[in-house]
Design a protein around this ligand. Structure first.
Ligand SMILES: NC(=O)c1ccc[n+]([C@@H]2O[C@H](COP(=O)([O-])OP(=O)(O)OC[C@H]3O[C@@H](n4cnc5c(N)ncnc54)[C@H](O)[C@@H]3O)[C@@H](O)[C@H]2O)c1
Ligand SMILES: O=c1ccn([C@@H]2O[C@H](COP(=O)(O)OP(=O)(O)O[C@H]3O[C@H](CO)[C@@H](O)[C@H](O)[C@H]3O)[C@@H](O)[C@H]2O)c(=O)[nH]1
Length: 434
């Protein structure tokens, strides 16, 4: 099948590459000409394991193309996939300006029948907005709209696509369903066929539910800290119950990233607009915001009367999660400037996200290696669960540091072990050892 993907971000590029790998002819379109030129030269603008190799393979085999001209991308395509960004507006609502611009340009170039499917996360009703904009601009209705929300995670996006757990097909016609069924055939996944509005809602409900699990376990963790229980064991004990499940019960510094923070906000706004006030999701957001700030207090507590001013703190991890360089809503974006305001000398290290972090954190002091970051540090603050940090030789590390203090936002180490090595170690939902 010939496919045109609009937007070559995490979703558009990964989807385009994976669909081409399944034998489709894919043209990825982006308005960002610099990005398109890079892609044409084989440069991948994002860090995503396995993406570059797969992209180059499919370009070489002639199935994958890049252009900044939508007309070129749409030429002969049976399916158009919208995968542009839907960031949060100042008030939390989803900003549909890129979606609308994409719909307009599709309309301007629509000469024959196509299925126009939205992969971007969009509020319920957006499909109908797209339909109207396309037909108004095109001057005809020789197309179908559909919704096929994306569930991939950054850092494992290729695997998540090839082994997708389900596909939601929100459709309005048999013709569109046929095209989308054909697209998903090689993935051999569970298919939920529904209307466009239900598909749009499914994506927000899934993300809000996952965010709820995280905030829930973080609240339990905070209560464990206050009572002396251990959240890791609590989560294990809960997780064996299949009705609860083990996944997404990792207590920590809270969720960040390009999706959960904005999608929970957008869902609340969607409720307000529809006349229904959501109660759980705002609480999930509140817990998540407070969770980050608790780590400044954990650090302050570790230094007692000495205070934070003038201390050197090595922040390990800038990206919102491992295996990505995405800095959107990463805890570091909040915490690094706050620590600096408190007079802390902050030196950061991240295996891949430093360059992107410099774009969003002013005057970021970044070390080129983990060793450089921790040298003479009064404390380490762990924000991301990179494998490199899990494998740190904590025994040797202690010799490099000025003081053996670790505040761990990801529960990477066994408190008993660190206590024995002479560390002051504060993590999440587990007793402090010293
Ligand atoms: N990032 C994820 O892990 C993820 C996962 C599932 C769903 N989503 C959703 O998918 C959508 C895309 O997210 P993303 O992270 O890939 O975004 P992104 O910001 O990484 O990429 C969006 C791309 O679209 C391009 N673009 C904007 N307007 C355009 C237009 N009119 N024509 C052509 N290109 C245009 C931009 O230049 C950019 O390259 C969002 O709605 C997001 O919520 C994201
Ligand atoms: O038990 C857990 C699991 C995750 N996180 C945090 O939650 C955030 C999101 O993690 P993850 O879901 O793995 O990454 P994303 O790439 O943001 O993916 C989410 O958001 C995407 C965009 O909508 C969806 O497609 C995915 O299904 C959904 O998992 C990160 O900050 C994680 O550190 C925790 O704190 N504890």
């Amino acid at each position: 099948m010939k496919i045109c993907v609009i937007g070559t971000g995490y979703v558009g590029l990964v989807s385009g590459v994976c669909y081409s790998d399944k034998g489709n002819q894919v043209t990825c379109v982006d308005i960002d000409e610099v990005k398109v030129n890079h892609l044409k030269k084989g440069i991948v603008p994002i860090y995503e394991p396995g993406l570059k190799e797969l992209m180059l393979k499919n370009v070489k085999e002639g199935r994958l193309h890049f252009t900044s001209q939508i007309r070129e991308g749409m030429e002969g395509a049976e399916l158009i996939i919208i995968a542009v960004g839907t960031p949060a507006k100042e008030n939390g609502e989803a900003d549909l300006r890129y979606i609308k611009a994409a719909a307009r340009s599709i309309g301007e170039n629509l000469t024959d029948y196509k299925v126009i499917v939205t992969k971007s996360t969009v509020p319920v009703g957006t499909g109908q907005i797209i339909k109207k904009m396309v037909s108004d601009t095109a001057g005809h209705s020789n197309f179908d709209i559909a919704s096929n929300p994306e569930f991939l995670r950054e850092g494992s996006a290729i695997q998540d696509t090839f082994q997708m757990e389900r596909a939601i097909l929100g459709i309005e016609s048999d013709r569109a369903e046929k095209v989308l069924q054909k697209l998903h055939e090689p993935f051999q996944t569970k298919i939920v066929v529904t209307d466009v509005e239900t598909a749009e809602m499914t994506k927000y409900a899934a993300n809000a539910f996952l965010a709820t699990k995280i905030s829930f376990i973080n609240e339990v963790a905070n209560l464990c800290e206050a009572t002396g229980a251990n959240v890791e064991k609590v989560a294990e004990g809960m997780g064996y119950d299949q009705r609860i499940g083990k996944a997404f019960l990792q207590a920590g510094i809270g969720y960040g990233g390009s999706c959960f923070p904005k999608d929970t906000q957008a869902l609340v706004k969607m409720g307000e607009k529809a006349g229904y006030r959501l109660k759980i999701v705002p609480a999930v957001e509140e817990v998540n915001k407070e969770q980050r700030l608790r780590f400044i207090e954990k650090l302050r507590y570790a230094f007692g009367n000495e205070g934070l001013k003038g201390k050197k703190v090595a922040v390990l991890g800038l990206a919102f999660k491992p295996n990505t360089d995405d800095m959107r809503a990463a805890p570091a974006v909040d915490l690094v400037p706050r620590l600096e305001q408190e007079g802390v000398d902050v030196v950061c290290y991240d295996p891949v996200a430093t360059e992107k972090a410099k774009e969003v954190i002013k005057n970021l002091q970044a070390a080129a290696t983990l060793d450089q970051a921790v040298k003479d540090a009064d404390a380490i603050l762990i924000l991301t669960d990179w494998q490199e940090f899990k494998e740190m030789n904590v025994k040797l590390l202690k010799l490099e540091m000025k003081r053996p203090i670790i505040i761990d936002g990801r529960n990477l180490f066994d408190p008993i072990k660190l206590g024995k090595l002479g560390y002051y170690y504060a993590s999440v939902g587990r007793p402090i050892v010293q």
